[in-house]
Structures are given as C-alpha cells and as structure tokens.
Write a protein that binds this ligand. Structure first.
Ligand SMILES: Cc1cc2nc3c(=O)[nH]c(=O)nc-3n(C[C@H](O)[C@H](O)[C@H](O)COP(=O)(O)OP(=O)(O)OC[C@H]3O[C@@H](n4cnc5c(N)ncnc54)[C@H](O)[C@@H]3O)c2cc1C
Length: 313
C-alpha cells in the first residue's frame, strides 16, 4: 500500500480561505475531503480539489460554539472514515482540535508549521523550545487531529468533480447560549492575516513617533505590529498587535521590522514571513540574521524617506 493510500484526510476551517490552503496540501498527501458546517457553500471546495464535501447543517450550528461544532465534526469524521483531520490553527480551530480529539479518542497537535508523510504516517512539524528548533511529531493513535497555522500552505485551485454528502447530525442543544454579540472596537487589527506588516520595537523613543510607522504601513497598505515591550510594558499599542511567542504568529508576504532587535521570543512569530526587511541602527542586531534585506541606520531618518518614496510610487 502506498503512502497516499494510508491516510484519508478531512479538512475543516471556519475560515474558507484557510480550508482551501489545507485542502491544497491534503490532496498532495492523500485523498482529500472537506467538512462544511452551517449554511456554508460547498461548491468552492471542489475548486480546491475536495473529492467529497461533507455538509452538516443544523439549527445548533447557526452560531459558532466549540462544543457543538466539535460534536458535529466528530460525527462527520466517523461518517467519512477519515483518519486524519486537518484544522486551521486559528483561535477557534485550536479549541476545536482538543475537543475533537477527545471525542475521537485520538491525539492532537496544534500550531503545526508543516505536514509530511513518513512511512505512511502523517508527521507534523512545529516550533519547539521557544522557537529555537523545529520538532517533528508523529501522532501514534489510529486517527490524528492536526491544527495547521494559517498560511502555512498555498491555496492552489485544482477543480475536481466532487461529491457533496449530506450528513444527518444528531446534536444536543448547546450548553452555552450567546446572549449578545458586540463588534470589536474599530481599532482592532488582524495582524495574523495581514499581507504586509510593519513591526515596531523599542528603537522608537516615544509613543508619538509611532505615527511614522503608521504612515509607512499605510503607504504599504499594511498593518502595524509590535514587540512585547511596546504592548505589554509601555502599553503604546494593544496586545493584539504583539508578535511573538506570547503574541501572534504572523505570515505576511512582506514584513518590515523597524527598531526591533530580533530576540528569539519575538522572531518565532515572524519566521513564516515571505520577505523580511529590517531597519536597525546596530549592524550586529540578531534581526539581520533572518532578514532578507537589511538597512543599517537610524529609523528616524530612514522611515520617513522610505514612506515618502513609497507614497510617490
Ligand atoms: C518568556 C518570554 C516571552 C516573550 N515573548 C515575547 C513576544 O511574544 N514578543 C516579543 O516581541 N518579545 C517577547 N519577549 C521579549 C523578548 O525577549 C525581547 O525582549 C523583545 O522582543 C525585545 O523587544 P525590542 O526588539 O522592541 O527591544 P530591544 O531588544 O531593546 O531592541 C531595540 C532595537 O532597536 C534598535 N534601535 C534603537 N534605536 C534605533 C534607531 N533610532 N534606529 C534604528 N534602530 C534603533 C536597537 O539597536 C535594538 O536592536 C519575551 C521574553 C520572554 C522572557
């Protein structure tokens, strides 16, 4: 039996874009199917290579609830015969992973940064020891739940004529009732999904100077992230903008790091970036070891000039 025959991979994410990334990888490794819950549209999943799309709909799924979604997914996994479930390692995906694994009686890994086949078994890569190394884990239970960081894989279209399978779900009423929903304050940034990120550090002398970083981010149509010091110690920026082991793991196409030394607890959050440009006045700053392009100099001179050039383009 070849490795491709060994695993039946079922993917699910509450974010369609993440599910397409997972599907693209899953079909490289095995036969790939997807689960959609609630009133999501299964058609696009065929465009990304899903051989089957399992559709589970029930009134209890109208609002996301980890308890009821995990139960719905467990029933779909059992109906599909999948051996490996790939979820997005989003906030919700991570919560689902543990709950689903418990229901399936199997092992789970979250924050995966790579998935491969080794001797017919699914092997999962993730950062370990504070980001100093990458560990490869093999879950030894018959089934596995793996939550993969968003943007680990490219979503590549590969249309197939798939089959839509409706699964009749038996779900109890959720024990958690949503009594109110409030939009997040407008200032909320989603740096994890930003295509371009300007990350600022203690090289900035005072809070007002961050206006320079805002202008740079604006000229690049990006978001602003920061090191722990600026969020947790100085409270200049909200914690949701903090990048690193205790903050967000970001995978932008372009990361501009400004006045950041590049300590490991920070860089673990940016290693997935496609292109890193670092600006730091200290040429021996560790950030230059991982940067694709480095500018050694005073950010107070470089950032305004860079912004001006970009705005003129
Ligand atoms: C358990 C633990 C968890 C942690 N988690 C995180 C985390 O999630 N995220 C995180 O960011 N940190 C985290 N840290 C902290 C981390 O170790 C570093 O202390 C922090 O990232 C440093 O922030 P910084 O680069 O802004 O500051 P610094 O290390 O002080 O670096 C400032 C840099 O700015 C440069 N600079 C100064 N002035 C200028 C100028 N005018 N122009 C250009 N460059 C200039 C300096 O050369 C220097 O390299 C954690 C630490 C621990 C112990």
């Amino acid at each position: 039996m070849g490795a491709r025959d060994m695993a039946e991979i079922l993917v699910f994410s509450e974010q369609d874009a993440v599910a397409y990334e997972l599907l693209s990888k899953a079909r490289e490794l095995s036969s790939a199917s997807a689960a959609v819950l609630g009133n999501a549209n299964p058609d696009d999943y065929f465009a990304y290579g899903a051989e089957k799309v399992y559709v589970g709909d029930a009134p209890q799924l109208a609002d996301f609830g980890a308890e009821v979604y995990a139960e719905a997914l467990a029933q779909i996994v059992n109906a599909s015969g999948a051996t490996t479930v790939m979820l997005g390692s989003t906030k919700r995906g991570k919560e689902l992973a543990g709950r689903l694994a418990q229901k399936l009686g199997c092992g789970a890994v979250t924050d995966a940064i790579g998935v491969t086949m080794q001797d017919g078994q699914v092997a999962v890569e993730r950062y370990a020891l504070g980001g100093n190394t990458v560990a490869t884990d093999v879950i030894t239970s018959d089934r596995q739940v793996i939550a993969v960081m968003p943007r680990t894989f490219e979503a590549v279209k590969q249309p197939v004529t798939g089959q839509s399978v409706r699964v009749a779900l038996k779900l109890a009423e959720p024990r958690v009732k949503v009594i109110e929903r409030k939009p997040k304050p407008a200032a909320t940034a989603n740096i994890e999904s930003a295509e371009t990120l300007v990350v600022v550090g203690k090289g900035f002398g005072k809070q007002d100077d961050l206006a320079m970083a805002d202008a740079l981010a604006k000229s690049l149509k990006g978001e602003v992230g920061c090191t722990r010091a600026l969020a947790a110690d100085y409270h200049w920026l909200a914690e949701e903008r903090m990048v690193g082991i205790s903050g967000k793991k970001c995978k932008p196409r372009l990361m501009v790091s400004v006045g950041v030394s590049g300590q490991i607890q920070h860089t673990v959050g940016i290693l997935g970036s496609k292109l890193i440009v670092a600006i730091n006045k200290d040429k021996s700053a560790p950030i230059f070891k991982i940067a694709d392009y480095g500018i050694v100099g005073d950010l107070y001179q470089i950032v305004p000039k860079l912004t001006e050039k970009l705005a003129a383009m």
